[in-house]
Design a protein around this ligand. Structure first.
Ligand SMILES: Cc1cc2nc3c(=O)[nH]c(=O)nc-3n(C[C@H](O)[C@H](O)[C@H](O)COP(=O)(O)OP(=O)(O)OC[C@H]3O[C@@H](n4cnc5c(N)ncnc54)[C@H](O)[C@@H]3O)c2cc1C
Length: 808
């Protein structure tokens, strides 16, 4: 065994072997993998081996496509047979709602070049005769689907890595990890110690335990999962004989089951509602090549539907039932990337679909380790998307919910209930009493809208029960004044003698003067956006940075990685240590005037000014800015003052008819200004010019900010994309994001977000198209729920195009 290695990968499942292979493929060959038993001896060996490219998140789908396309390469390179069966597959819909959902998945696939197509039940039956066509309303055919041998595939990765110079130590268990002063790791195994520059946690079923070795509680939990294999079925044998091919994969969403051919019979698995976590507290180290006890009763309700939808199963004998554990994160996506606060400790775990995603995870992680960047937009699987709210208990609740809903529809207006409420602000009960319907984001309950008594969200793809009320909230802001809670934003205090220089290098904007705010894009070295903030300078060496709530840990990881080591800067994510309220609308100033003796005139307190001021008896930070695009103020306070200020503002606003509004009205309002938002319009895929944030990039400032050279290049060559706003001729549904944009009948771009702009009375879509067509007055359309909606380019903001109102 080596005593030193550049990288130690812990775990020889499909994920660890893929990471190892990709590291060697990109040139890091001083790498080893340690496996406590044999390769595949975690969850990998008993997997059903199914894989496909379709995923609700287009960025994850891209990596799945890569994974599937990689198989031929590793088979050829390693000489190891991986038992690849590219059978193709279909997703079946038994209800109209389900079919609507499938159409939206199909539409997403269109701008990514996925070649799926819609099928009628008859066409589906012709392709897959085990289906009872009367049980379905339609299907989606996916040509790129199949299954493989998990053992062969894992060994093909491993052999390829070894061919490139990697070493693999079997029966070598990592028992502890300790970081040395120089940042390198002591990997303490039962066979001795290895000093490694980097450690990768690919511990699969034991990833949580490996995390605990370094004091981490990773949000990952194993669930029991069952599938059955039938005896030979005459229908299968007959189909193979006459068609000359295998039966294709099927996912029957309404039956909550998946199936594929296994030799001369079939394999049927289910994500049952009565699901069961496995080893919720500690995974036993002596768990080996074992299966869990089968429990057919638990999956009987799903099997009954399956047998009805696929009648041939009624006559088939069951040869075997497999029950094995595998891991999930709270949202079902992997946990990949560098762990915040640790040097060179990497995560690649919670991969619930190792054969669809393992290649992509290995690729992204190897890129990240070698080049400092994953090379893709991997936020959906970034380990940093969870903060400290994702405890063991939270993970348990969310994973069980996620597992049991694996094949359920999630409507765009549907908020899932498990693990809630967890984080609340001091005014939670007051908002609730006022009718707030909450959504949870980054663990925090946030008002989406304020429902009249007796009305609640009806989940739908189309406009729903909230439509009129959200419209009234939005109009109340435009016509009078509205109050909303803004505590869900991330807030960072950056202080110290080095704070200004640190931010000047980190952010692409010009630094504001004391008492001023600015919009502040943050770029990566390649010039793409890695954040967008509002930066407020409260005093010398005293800054407040406001950004996206869901990206708090993600951004903290980036900030900390660039923090000077001389102690000249202190940086703190304030989380709920600072909470917020915002008022907006033409009467906002009049409301605020009643709470302070300070001069709020435009001359004294203009647009983008920021100041500490007392409101009533409470100290606050007030900024003259509003994401609604109206005259407005963001007010930040310590949580102990929030109830007082909330009451005070409502009382002061009473004479102006102040109305509470939620995030849905805010979305409607910001669309009228074509304001983008993080994780939608602003992502690491886009440059600032493409995202129309270029005016906030100060190429002429002295500081050599991160991404400056690349941003300069983008300004010279114009980048490739442009963010555009469209007005749609929508009927009863509005876009949510990821719908394809067509010009003259050809897919040219994708929607990033949208909705109904209530005050303007139009349906809006925001999205990216190639820059050379971004100004074309052509035949634009957007595909929504299987319909082509005529679209018109909206070249200037619908509301206050000159910005005069917000500056008034
Ligand atoms: C019944 C069933 C059916 C499935 N069907 C499919 C399917 O059809 N398609 C699909 O894509 N996925 C499927 N899966 C999921 C798939 O198995 C997982 O996504 C995959 O196995 C995850 O691989 P991994 O490498 O992350 O974890 P694991 O396979 O659990 O590997 C982790 C490895 O790390 C080793 N290890 C852990 N801790 C240490 C330590 N301290 N020191 C040394 N070694 C250590 C373990 O021994 C183990 O070998 C299925 C799973 C089950 C249970």
């Amino acid at each position: 065994m080596k005593s030193h290695a550049r990288v130690v990968v812990i775990g020889g499942g499909v994920v660890g072997c893929s990471v190892l292979y990709h590291l060697t493929k990109f040139g890091w060959t001083d790498v080893v993998l340690v496996e406590r038993s044999e390769l595949t001896s975690g969850s990998t060996w008993h997997a059903a081996g199914g894989m496909h490219t379709i995923n609700g998140d287009p960025n994850v789908a891209k990596l799945q496509k890569y994974t599937v396309e990689l198989y031929k390469e590793i088979e050829d390179y390693s000489g190891q047979d991986i038992g690849l069966h590219m059978t193709s597959g279909m997703m079946l819909a038994a209800t109209k709602e389900r079919f609507d959902w499938m159409k939206s998945i199909l539409a997403k696939g269109r701008y990514m070049g996925l070649e799926a197509e819609l099928l009628t039940p008859k066409e589906a039956h012709d392709l897959m005769p085990l289906i009872d066509p009367d049980q379905f309303v339609g299907a989606v055919f996916d040509p790129v689907e199949g299954h493989l041998d998990p053992y062969g595939t894992t060994h093909a990765y491993a052999k390829s890595a070894k061919k490139n110079g990697a070493e693999i130590y079997l029966h070598t268990k990592v028992e502890d990890l300790a970081q040395r002063e120089d940042g390198s790791w002591r990997v303490i195994t039962n066979k001795g110690e290895i000093i490694a520059e980097h450690v990768v946690n690919c511990g699969g079923l034991w990833a949580r335990e490996v995390g605990r070795m370094v004091g981490l509680e990773l949000p990952v939990l194993a669930m029991e999962h069952m599938y059955l294999i039938t005896e030979d079925m005459p229908e299968v044998i007959e189909f193979n004989r006459t068609a000359g091919r295998e039966l294709m994969h099927c996912v029957d969403f309404d039956g909550e089951i998946y199936l594929r051919q296994e030799r001369n019979g079939m394999l049927m698995g289910t994500y049952e509602k009565a699901c069961r976590p496995w080893s919720p507290l500690n995974t036993p180290w002596d768990f080996g090549h074992e299966l869990l006890e089968e429990d057919i009763e638990r999956i009987t309700p799903e099997l009954e539907v399956g047998f009805r939808h696929f009648p041939a199963f009624n006559k088939a004998g069951i040869k075997k039932i497999i029950n094995g554990p595998f891991t999930f994160s709270p949202d079902g996506n992997p946990l990949v990337g560098p762990v915040r606060g640790m040097t060179n400790f990497w995560s690649a775990c919670a991969v619930m679909a190792g054969f669809s995603q393992g290649g992509g995870v290995g690729l992204a992680l190897a890129n990240w380790m070698i080049h400092g960047d994953p090379g893709f937009d991997v936020f959906a699987m970034d380990v940093a998307r969870y903060g400290d709210f994702a405890t063991l208990g939270y993970t348990n609740a969310k994973v069980r919910e996620n597992y049991s809903r694996r094949f359920s529809i999630r409507y765009p207006n549907e908020e899932l209930p498990a693990g809630r409420p967890l984080l609340t602000t001091p005014i939670y009960d007051r908002l609730k009493a006022a009718g707030a319907v909450f959504g949870a984001s980054y663990g925090l309950e946030q008002p989406l809208w304020f429902a009249p008594a007796g009305v609640e969200d009806h989940f739908s793809w189309r406009r729903s029960t909230d439509f009129e009320t959200v419209g009234a909230e939005a109009r109340a802001v435009r016509e009078g004044v509205g109050l909303m809670e803004t505590s869900g934003f991330a807030k960072y205090a950056v202080k110290g003698r080095g704070a200004e220089a640190f931010l000047d290098r980190l952010l692409a904007c010009r630094m504001p003067a004391t008492g001023r705010m600015t919009l502040a894009p943050m770029l990566k070295a390649d010039g793409k956006l890695i954040g967008d903030f509002t930066l407020a300078k409260l005093g010398e060496g005293d800054f407040l940075l406001i950004g996206s709530g869901i990206a708090e840990d993600y951004h903290m990881r980036w900030f900390e990685a660039h923090l000077p080591k001389d102690g000249s800067v202190t940086l703190e994510a304030l989380n709920l240590g600072l909470v917020g309220l915002a008022i907006a609308g033409p009467n906002a100033r009049e409301v605020l005037r009643k709470l302070t003796h300070q001069d709020l005139s435009t001359a004294a307190f203009p647009f983008m000014a920021v100041r500490r001021m007392d409101l009533g008896m409470a100290p606050a930070i007030v900024g003259r800015v509003s994401y609604t695009g109206d005259l407005g103020y963001e007010i930040w306070m310590k949580p102990q003052y929030q109830r007082y200020l909330y009451d005070l503002i409502l009382e002061a606003g009473e004479e102006f008819g102040i109305r509470l509004f939620g995030l849905r009205a805010l979305n409607a309002l910001r669309l009228e200004k074509s304001y983008g938002s993080w994780s939608r319009e602003y992502r690491p895929l886009y440059g600032p010019l493409e995202a129309r944030l270029d005016r906030f990039v100060a190429l002429d400032k002295a500081a050599d900010f991160i991404g400056k050279a690349a941003a300069g290049l983008e300004r010279e060559n114009g980048g490739t994309l442009r963010l555009c706003t469209f007005i749609l001729e929508a009927k009863d549904a509005d876009v949510i994001g990821d719908e394809p944009i067509y010009l003259d009948g050809v897919v040219r771009g994708w929607v990033t977000s949208g909705g109904y702009a209530h005050a303007a009375g139009v349906s809006v879509a925001v999205g990216y198209v190639p820059k050379d067509i971004a100004d074309v007055t052509g035949d634009w359309s957007v595909e929504l729920l299987g319909e082509m909606l005529p679209a018109r380019l909206q070249r200037e903001p619908l509301f206050d195009p000159t910005g005069a109102t917000m500056r008034k």
